[in-house]
Design a protein around this ligand. Structure first.
Ligand code: SAM
Length: 277
């Protein structure tokens, strides 16, 4: 039998993946959680029918959301990950020797449990536990309200701006992020497709650049996501990711990120840089 999983990417565009096997289906308090094994992408996490991550291309997203900010900051000791329930972001964060602690606040325990069981390559750090990692199940928005001058780096590894992730794209949330960061702190958020989410990207960039002295967008190629090109937006209080000091050589192996790409990923095609004007 041929099974297909379909994500409606826009009103007029869908992407379908042929599925070998459905491994997990659950309905949490927040969303429908599915793990399926697809022919093209391998095992995939799908939340409310939106493709979140896959074994095939997860390295791009997780390396780019973690290593760009962590190599930008001169001493990223205290790190917070909001969302990231598949565990891929914290897997990359703990590889940095400077990191002393990483807190992760994911709203949906079902995403964490399904990822631990069916996506061990991605969830390994979260599943096996790590001395640097403190995993909390809770709302990242509420967590931010209570913190001040505390983190060096914050990664907002969230789902789309609908459902539980909606408030993670608000100006009020960015104000809380600013407050929670130390004076030289910085944050990065996944900010969707520069082709298909232009009004959202414009609004996010405006809000972040109103608050942070340095606001920059960078891109990465992620075939699972709409348009195959994905954006990340950084707000930084002091350090500029394009001129910051970088290590002379990479201290560990990566599959997508490298030190030349650290600079070049901020060089945007004209249609994308026009979104930031
Ligand atoms: N790489 C993915 C993408 O861009 O499609 C996102 C990965 S991760 C699975 C996103 C996570 O954010 C989900 O597990 C979701 O439960 C979590 N999330 C959504 N809203 C949240 C909130 N308010 N607080 C904490 N986590 C949240």
């Amino acid at each position: 039998m041929k099974l297909w999983l379909t994500e409606k990417q826009t009103e007029n565009l869908s992407m379908s993946c042929r599925i070998r096997e459905t491994l997990y289906v659950g309905q949490s308090e927040y969303q429908k959680v599915v793990v399926a094994d697809s022919f093209e992408f391998g095992r995939m996490l799908v939340l409310d029918d939106v493709f979140q991550t896959s074994i095939f291309d997860e390295f791009v997203y997780h390396e780019m959301i973690a290593h760009v900010p962590l190599f930008t900051h001169p001493a990223p000791k205290k790190v917070l990950v909001i969302g990231g329930g598949d565990g891929g972001a914290v897997r990359e964060v703990v590889r940095h020797a400077a990191v002393e602690s990483v807190e992760m606040v994911e709203i949906d325990g079902m995403v964490v449990e399904a990822s631990k069981k069916y996506l061990p390559e991605i969830s390994c750090t979260m599943r096996d536990g790590h001395p640097k990692l403190n995993l909390m199940i809770g709302d990242g928005i509420a967590h931010m309200n209570a913190v001040e001058n505390h983190y060096d780096v914050i990664l907002v590894d969230c789902s789309d701006p609908i459902g539980p992730g909606e408030g993670l794209f608000s100006r009020e949330f960015y104000q809380d992020v600013f407050k929670a960061l130390k004076p030289d702190g910085l944050f990065v958020q996944q900010t969707e497709s520069p082709f298909y989410h232009q009004p959202l990207i414009r609004r996010i960039y405006r809000d972040i650049s109103d608050l942070f002295p340095i606001a920059k967008m960078y891109l990465a190629n992620i075939p699972l996501y709409p348009g195959g090109v994905h954006s990340f937006t950084m707000g930084s209080k002091q350090v500029d990711p394009e001129t910051c000091a970088l290590p002379a050589k990479m201290p560990f192996d990566t599959r997508y990120y490298n030190l030349a790409l650290h600079r070049s990923c901020f060089s945007l095609p004209n249609f994308a840089s026009d979104l930031l004007k």
